[in-house]
Design a protein around this ligand. Structure first.
Ligand code: FAD
Length: 389
């Protein structure tokens, strides 16, 4: 039996960020994951990537995680262009506008996970591989039974086990969810012209297409969110026809595009857990909320949950309070729920405004984007929000 203070279920970006943030504290932590944490990286970029904002990059640098990542695979982006395919609206952002070296980085998720996993090894964190088969909740201690027959006893269980969280279900936390009515197609593409470290997004009536610049100047990762029906049609196309559709949708902004990988697809669902904490248990990351990827904020939000929870635990330790009790987890829950709701509302607003081809909406989009492009203070405020400052 492993006896620890905190058991983190889930070894994704969020669970491992928490494990790293807890490293300096005088407590024992276990990370339980049903998959191996580290994986060797292929030469070609992986399909799952995330735009990581400045606030999280800085926090990861302080933990010396950032420095452990394979630097050749980090893709900084220094500008951002967003346009509406159906109107004249366009807006540009530049890192120079806010005196920053870059607006963020596009990272392959596994590159970050590898660095996070490597960084906790040999510290006060035990990594266990296995799936949770049963949870026995106790007053002061919870037992987690793994399918490997190992048992973990802990004071606090942290569910960082993703969108279909087993821990959230076992804790009976009620969930609000809504189908966004879209499927995201993810792939890597080769573009004729260099991307110049610019992250681009075009809104079409069926949904947005993001072209995220990768480390190679002619490679972009795409997140193409379309209605389920339209996505089905795009997925059925052969590689050449798909590449043509992509080039046309992007207005040939990077010249001819050609598919350089397989295509993966994800149905997009908004999820919001109406309760995040109870005595002995708390959930973070996708276990607590999932949002539309159009602003690339899901993992950023989850990592901020992890840092906020680590701070709450540290403050409890300093004040000699029991961090596993709901009354001490409440301020964390309140603060992070408010941030998640704000982000869910913002994604709904964007999605509604940019959906469809209603002429009035097109006029508002076109005029709004172009007018905002000439308002440097408003753009700075948006950038600061997007960068998590
Ligand atoms: C198409 C797309 C594009 C996106 N782009 C961005 C972006 O640009 N920027 C951004 O910030 N976010 C982005 N996101 C969101 C981001 O991918 C997620 O928010 C993030 O991966 C959530 O991390 P997590 O650690 O909470 O959950 P997960 O990544 O789902 O990790 C959960 C972990 O728990 C493990 N697990 C699950 N159940 C169990 C169990 N019972 N026992 C043990 N282990 C278990 C899983 O194996 C997994 O390792 C995007 C999402 C999508 C779908």
């Amino acid at each position: 039996m492993h006896k620890v203070d905190i058991a983190i279920v889930g070894g994704g970006m969020v669970g491992l960020t928490l494990a790293n943030a807890l490293q300096a504290l005088d407590i024992q932590v276990a990370v339980i994951s049903d998959k191996p944490l580290s994986k060797s990286l292929p030469n070609d970029p992986l399909l799952r990537v995330s735009a990581i904002n400045g606030a999280n990059a800085t926090a990861l640098q302080r933990l010396h995680v950032w420095q452990r990542m394979e630097q050749s695979r980090l893709a900084p982006y220094t500008s951002m262009t967003v346009w509406d395919k159906d109107s004249f609206g366009e807006i540009h952002f530049n890192s120079a506008d806010i005196g920053a070296a870059q607006l963020g980085h596009i990272l392959e998720n596994q590159v970050l996970i590898n660095a996070l996993a490597e960084s906790v090894r040999g510290q006060n964190v035990t990594a266990l591989q296995g799936q949770i088969a049963k949870v026995l909740w106790g007053q002061q201690e919870t037992m987690l039974m793994l399918d490997t027959d190992e048992v973990v006893a802990c004071r606090l269980v942290v569910g960082a086990d993703g969108a279909n969280s087993y821990i959230r279900r076992q804790a009976n936390f009620p969930l609000t969810f809504r189908d966004y009515g879209q499927t995201a197609i993810v792939a890597n593409i080769h573009c004729e012209q260099p991307h110049d470290q610019c992250a681009r997004q075009v809104f079409t009536p069926h949904g947005p297409l993001a072209l995220l610049p990768m480390a190679d100047p002619h490679t972009c990762s795409i997140v193409w969110s379309q209605t389920h029906e339209q996505a089905k049609h795009l997925l059925a196309l052969d590689d050449t026809a798909f590449s043509h559709a992509l080039t046309a949708t992007s207005n040939s902004v990077l010249g001819l595009m050609s598919l350089a990988s397989a295509r993966q697809h994800f149905p997009l669902v908004m999820r919001y857990s109406r309760q995040w904490a109870s005595d002995g248990v708390v959930i973070i990351g996708d276990a607590a909320h999932t949002i539309h990827p159009l602003a690339g904020q899901g993992a950023n939000l989850g990592m901020q949950d992890a840092f906020a929870l680590a701070t709450a635990i540290e403050n409890c330790l300093k004040a000699n309070k029991d961090f596993s009790r709901l009354r001490h987890l409440r301020p964390f829950e309140r603060e992070r729920k408010a941030q998640a709701i704000k982000m869910i509302a913002a994604m709904d607003g964007f999605k509604t405004l940019f959906a469809g081809d209603n002429p009035l909406k097109k006029l508002i989009r076109g005029a709004g984007l172009t007018a905002t492009d000439h308002l440097p203070l408003l753009k700075q405020k948006w950038l600061n929000e997007a960068m998590g400052w």
